[in-house]
Design a protein around this ligand. Structure first.
Ligand SMILES: NC(=O)C1=CN([C@@H]2O[C@H](COP(=O)(O)OP(=O)(O)OC[C@H]3O[C@@H](n4cnc5c(N)ncnc54)[C@H](O)[C@@H]3O)[C@@H](O)[C@H]2O)[C@@H](O)CC1
Ligand SMILES: [K+]
Length: 506
């Protein structure tokens, strides 16, 4: 499913109107009807509903929703948050159709105590501001938004919660806190940003028949990767497949004080489906690791001060290599990483301390002939970019895209919304996962799953999307059944992969 910026949404509307010949009024009719029909699924006709209508096209949708619900027998009061004469264009057309249908509306100014009037209702439908919102919220919307936020019944926003901008990189001045948002045709970028997503409450998309043509014609696209995408793209295993077919992978990492990270990465890679796995780490770790990850083979690396000191002896001819987990932040790390960047013949995934070491040699990424995957959490990504974490999280899509394009790397920016970006600038977001994963070791497990995924026969972007989705989904299944978000451990997720794979293959 595509998700879009405000401009992409306007371009799509424009295309439908000018090139296809569907009038704007008709789009609005379709939008309002789709929202009202969707509401019917979860709002009983016994509820008392107020619909707040703004003066733009979001308000126009509101008139259609109101008319549709009234025709279905719902108890609806329509409150216009502007002088009705300020309403223009398609929205004015639907104001008139509403009025000509014999339905009344009232201006907010005519209501003596709006806050009190809302208290009489069970549901408020917020059709005040949509993707057209700009800058600080002006009267009367600022006041109305605060009334809505004090309202104790259910708040349903149309397209997006009023006051929340569609795009990233923008501040929220004041916004409706919705319980539910019914999104028109395509989710907007702000549904996947830490500072705006919560305003939406739970959200669903309604289809109003707009084509994806405009979105597809853009140089790059943004999509949500969902369960159905995983089910239809996850490679199946043939009856005659053998271990070599499922990839020969290498994990390089670990320091004397940190054997756990590579243990988790390796176990995760094996559980996630890697055919053959080798672990290259310091001598001191091997005995302990060999008894934890019995299916792997080992390469002993020399150490100095507890850290890997040289990887010259490593055979780099693997399908994919994951490097950096538990490697430690030490002065020799940069040289070691440089060797890996130059020698790796297959895919190279860099995680954790490897990303820290990468900072000084970023330009080496550009010369690589084989794919490089970076899997930073926001702190690591912010360091690589020289920006603060809040700055990064304010516009994670733009930062990831610029970085991936400049350094020709695949970026997996981890978080509640994990963003996968290709060197060409295409982006996907996965929304599985829960706060139980905010623990040490989660990243190591993800690196292992991704290592396994990129070695299966699927495109790299699909492998990364499937891997991040599976990681989060497994944690979701675990907190629904055996665990809680308090006790869940990264290693539980490794064992939980079995459930996910079984669920996906049913
Ligand atoms: N043909 C179309 O363009 C369609 C539009 N649709 C709806 O139209 C919406 C977009 O419509 P518009 O572009 O008219 O924009 P909006 O309805 O989101 O808002 C524009 C109005 O809000 C006011 N406004 C903007 N920022 C403000 C602020 N900070 N404080 C107070 N007032 C502010 C503007 O003066 C303008 O009157 C979508 O979100 C969607 O709900 C749907 O009906 C589908 C078809
Ligand atoms: K709205």
């Amino acid at each position: 499913m595509y998700f879009v910026t405000a401009q992409e949404m306007y371009d799509t509307d424009q295309y439908a109107i000018e090139r296809i010949g569907v009038e704007g009024k008709l789009l609005m009719e379709n939008a309002g009807r789709a929202v009202a029909n969707h509401m019917e699924l979860f709002v009983s006709d016994q509820k008392r509903i107020a619909i707040l209508i703004g003066k733009g096209n979001n308000g126009g949708d509101g008139f259609v929703i109101a008319r549709t619900l009234l025709q279905k027998g719902y108890d609806v009061e329509v409150i216009v948050c502007a002088s009705p004469s300020e309403i223009k264009g398609d929205a004015a057309y639907h104001r008139d159709v509403f009025r000509n249908s014999g339905f009344p509306f009232i201006s907010y100014e005519e209501i003596e105590n709006l806050e009190h009037a809302l208290k009489e209702k069970d549901v408020v439908v917020d059709a005040m501001l949509g993707i057209g919102v700009k800058g600080a919220i002006r009267p009367p919307y600022n006041q109305l938004i605060s009334f809505v936020n004090q309202f104790e019944g259910e708040v349903i926003s149309v397209d997006l919660p009023s006051g929340v901008p569609a795009d990233e990189g923008l501040e929220v001045d004041q916004a409706v806190q919705a319980d539910r948002t019914i999104v028109i045709q395509f989710p907007k970028v702000s549904a996947f940003l830490e500072h705006t997503a919560a305003y939406y409450g739970r959200w669903e998309v309604v289809d109003i028949g707009l084509p994806s043509t405009v979105i597809q014609s853009k140089k790059t696209q943004k999509r949500v990767w969902k369960k159905q995408d995983v089910s239809t793209t996850l490679p199946t295993r043939g009856a005659f497949s053998h271990k070599g077919k499922h990839g020969k992978g290498l994990v390089i990492g670990g320091a004397v004080a940190m054997p756990g990270s590579i243990a988790m990465t390796s176990r995760a890679a094996l559980r996630a489906g890697a055919g053959l796995l080798t672990v290259a780490t310091v001598q001191e770790n091997i005995t302990a690791l060999a008894s934890t990850v019995v299916e792997a083979t080992y390469t002993t690396l020399p150490s100095e001060g507890g850290y890997i000191s040289d990887i010259g002896s490593v055979d780099f001819s693997y399908d994919a290599i994951a490097m950096g987990m538990g490697m430690g932040r030490h002065t020799g790390a940069e040289t070691i990483l440089q060797v890996a960047l130059e020698q790796t013949q297959g895919i190279l995934l860099i995680d954790a301390d490897g990303l820290y070491a990468l900072k000084g040699i970023l330009s080496s990424l550009k010369g690589r002939h084989n794919p490089t995957i970076l899997t930073p959490h926001p702190g690591e990504m912010a360091t690589l970019l020289n920006v603060s974490i809040p700055e990064l999280l304010h516009q994670p899509f733009a930062y990831s895209k610029a970085f991936a394009e400049e350094f020709q790397a695949y970026i997996v920016l981890k978080g509640a919304f994990t963003i996968i970006t290709t060197p060409q600038g295409n982006q996907w977001v996965t929304v599985t996962g829960n706060p139980g994963m905010a623990k040490g070791g989660s990243g190591d497990v993800l690196a292992g799953i991704l290592l396994a995924m990129v070695m299966q026969s699927q495109s790299l972007e699909r492998a990364l999307c499937n891997g991040t989705w599976i990681h989060g989904y497994t944690a979701d299944l675990l907190v629904q059944h055996q665990h809680s978000t308090y006790d869940l451990l990264a290693s539980d997720v490794i064992e939980g992969l079995a459930q996910t794979y079984r669920a996906l293959s049913q």
